[in-house]
Design a protein around this ligand. Structure first.
Ligand SMILES: [Zn+2]
Length: 371
């Protein structure tokens, strides 16, 4: 008996739904977090318009899943980078200036809390941390170190080379070369020797990442972001188990044009990484906190940058009083954007605490919290 056409159509529909359902639940092999430090929504908005003279013109604006994340810390409504990044990397809110550690008693005692990077190291994945700030600064440190006070750079450098899980961060790129030299000199060694003993190729030029499975690039000058992130991903992707990469780009706008230029730099980097990372990679952008930048004016039809400069050149106009883009120099407490694409990105929606990002990233890998 011939099968009625309607039944065939129904069977095909069921099969298609089934297949779509399976791919929906697919796990990520790789997770990349792009952290715009102080990159709140006002900064993304102004940075995008300044770069392109069009609204919603960033690659970030094309990412399919978005949410708004609360950034308050355990003891303050306005977080610093330490507590902000701790929440994202460990799923625990903590006090300002603590780094992947939570208060555990009187007199400032703390307990370390395991980071997503440590989960990845424990499971044999490759890991990377890249930043245009100092490598020991609170945001990158929250991926690999545990300290009660973010300024404790000696402990942060020690922990960088004495990881609790796996063999520690495989690719490190950031600033703070002079700080590393001073810190290791204080322990009667050199940064060169300490990093070499820990299995790293140590240098100043990000291109050394191309030649070494484990590399630490510390420098004191800026570097071109796209070649550095391409080289990092090329190395990390050699591990068939996958990788976790955190890229921080400073978007503080105390110097407004510099901060807003960094928005464009990071956005270009995310666009490029999306092209090369593969469909089994979850890419997530967020900020640790917002900042006191406001776009208060500007006409369509003329470059915003010129209008900003013209205002800034007027006598008596300051960064705080510029009528085109003004900045009150400080962190602010409103929610920040989360934008994601790739396996697990569909969990990014609605209003959420910043700690939920940890669970979203962990479950994208198919892992469960063990504390
Ligand atoms: Zn920050």
């Amino acid at each position: 008996m011939p099968i009625p056409k309607k039944a065939v159509a129904l069977t095909v529909a069921v099969l298609l739904t089934g297949a779509a359902g399976m791919s929906h639940a697919q796990e990520a092999r790789n997770v990349i977090v792009f952290l715009g430090d102080a990159g709140g929504i006002p900064t993304l908005n102004a940075g995008g318009i300044l770069a392109n003279d069009k609204p919603q013109s960033l690659f970030i604006h094309s990412m399919p899943y978005i949410a708004l994340s609360d950034t308050s810390s355990a003891n303050q409504w306005v977080t610093d980078s330490g507590a902000g990044m701790t929440a994202i990397m460990t799923g625990h809110k903590t006090n300002n200036s603590m780094v992947s550690a939570i208060p555990s008693g009187p007199n400032g005692a703390v307990t370390p809390v395991k980071t997503l990077l440590e989960y990845a190291e424990q499971r044999g994945l490759s890991t990377g941390v890249m930043t245009n700030m100092k490598i020991w600064d609170a945001t990158p440190a929250a991926t690999y170190a545990h300290v009660a006070a973010r300024k404790d750079k000696d402990s942060i450098f020690q922990q960088m080379l004495k990881p609790r899980f796996g063999n520690g961060v495989d690719i490190l790129i950031g600033k703070g070369r002079a700080d590393a030299a001073a810190s290791f000199a204080g322990r009667q060694t050199t940064a060169e020797k300490a990093f070499a003993d820990a299995g790293y190729r140590y240098g100043e030029d990000p291109s050394i990442v191309r030649e070494a499975g484990r590399a630490a690039v510390l420098r004191d000058a800026d570097f071109a972001p796209i070649p550095a992130v391409e080289a990092t991903i090329a190395q990390l992707a050699r591990n068939p188990k996958g990788y976790f990469l955190m890229v921080e780009w400073d978007m503080h706008t105390d110097d407004p044009k510099k901060g807003l230029r960094h928005v464009k730099e990071m956005d270009d980097m995310i666009r490029r990484v999306h092209e090369i990372a593969g469909k089994d990679t979850l890419i997530l952008f967020t900020a640790d906190h917002s900042f006191g930048l406001r776009m208060g004016g500007g006409k369509r039809g003329a470059p915003l940058a010129e209008q900003y400069d013209a205002e800034a050149a007027k006598p008596g106009v300051t960064t705080a009083s510029n009528s085109v883009i003004s900045v009150e120099d400080g962190h602010t407490g409103e929610e920040v954007l989360v934008a994601a694409t790739g396996p697990g990105a569909d969990k990014v929606h609605g209003f959420m605490p910043n700690t939920r990002l940890f669970d979203i990233l962990l479950s994208a890998f198919g892992w469960k919290r063990d504390q």
